[in-house]
Write a protein that binds this ligand. Structure first.
Ligand code: NAD
Length: 268
């Protein structure tokens, strides 16, 4: 039995994790953590997730959760990620990080933690999106710079960071496939007199509306034809199931920074 602690347990993804963990008999939720300011602290995590009482109260005691669990799954807020990693590293526990919007310092904390513990970090944990990453890189390599690439993503109105971590990863896949440095060629939205589109540019555009769970499309266009490769998430369960699969995979691994391509065996 793998004991998991969910960080951000009262949130949309936290609830999906509690719900989906019930379908995995080898996983047991032993702790549910949220921010001290969260009004749902003190309530049963299962009741909040809509699966009935599971006997686990949402608390803000992260150190106790780290102690109780074999693996931590963090879908909270970017500022909290370094603390989750620090506490997990102190007790040599594996961490799955789904939280996006990490700044460079927070990203450095992930790299540092991965020297001591196994960390699976992925901006999008769904199997379909991880297939998309591979397909997009293949397409970019084959089609080359004659095809203009524009990436669009759409998410619900509550999403705090933009563009999505998945859109950025897709941009990196395109750049890698074409032998480019992503930072040099990325442009985020367009406005005003920006001039003609330079060859090799990668455009990234974020839409925010209503309850969209997560759509991503990569457009490859040249004179005379267009190819669009899309993924649409219709339920958060797609991400939750991927994160739980990562938790099953990560326990007992050597320290290091892994992603879903490792978990799903898609790495060449
Ligand atoms: P949400 O706002 O519904 O939930 C976040 C929860 O984290 C809230 O309950 C909040 O109170 C809690 N939280 C904030 N600060 C905290 C702290 N210091 N300690 C503990 N809990 C804290 O958001 P969400 O839609 O569930 O998404 C959470 C994160 O996961 C976001 O960064 C989002 O972009 C990301 N996400 C990743 C994937 C993926 O596949 N990797 C998929 C969906 C969402």
């Amino acid at each position: 039995m793998i004991r998991i602690a969910i960080v951000g347990a009262a949130g949309r993804m936290g609830q999906a994790l509690v719900r989906c963990s019930r379908m995995m008999p080898d996983l047991q939720v032993v702790a549910a953590v949220d921010a001290a300011t969260c009004p749902l602290c003190g309530k049963d995590a299962g009741l909040i997730a809509g699966v009935g009482d599971i006997g686990i109260t949402i608390s803000h005691d992260l150190p106790a959760a780290v102690k109780a669990a074999d693996v931590l799954i963090d879908f909270s807020f970017h500022e909290n990620v370094p603390l989750t990693i620090k506490l997990a590293a102190e007790q040599r526990k594996a961490v799955i990080i789904g939280t996006t919007g990490l700044n460079p310092d927070e990203r450095a904390a992930v790299d540092q933690g991965a020297r001591m513990i196994p960390i699976v970090w992925a901006p999008n944990m769904s199997l379909g999106v991880n297939m998309l990453f591979s397909l997009v890189q293949q397409a970019a390599k084959a089609l080359g710079l004659d095809y203009d690439v524009e990436i669009t993503e759409a998410h619900h109105r509550y999403k705090k960071d933009a563009p999505s971590g998945t859109a950025l990863r897709l941009g990196e896949n395109v750049a890698e496939g074409r032998g480019q440095n992503f930072r040099d060629v990325a442009i985020y939205g367009r406005e005003g007199l920006g001039g003609e589109r330079p060859r090799g540019q990668i455009g990234i555009h974020a839409l925010r509306a209503a309850d969209i769970i997560g759509d991503h499309t990569v457009l490859f266009a040249t004179d005379g034809e267009r190819v669009e490769i899309s993924h649409r998430a219709t339920s958060r369960d797609a991400f939750a199931k991927g994160a739980l699969r990562a938790a099953q995979w990560a326990g007992g691994r050597a320290p290091g920074l892994y992603d879903m391509q490792d978990v799903l065996g898609l790495k060449k």
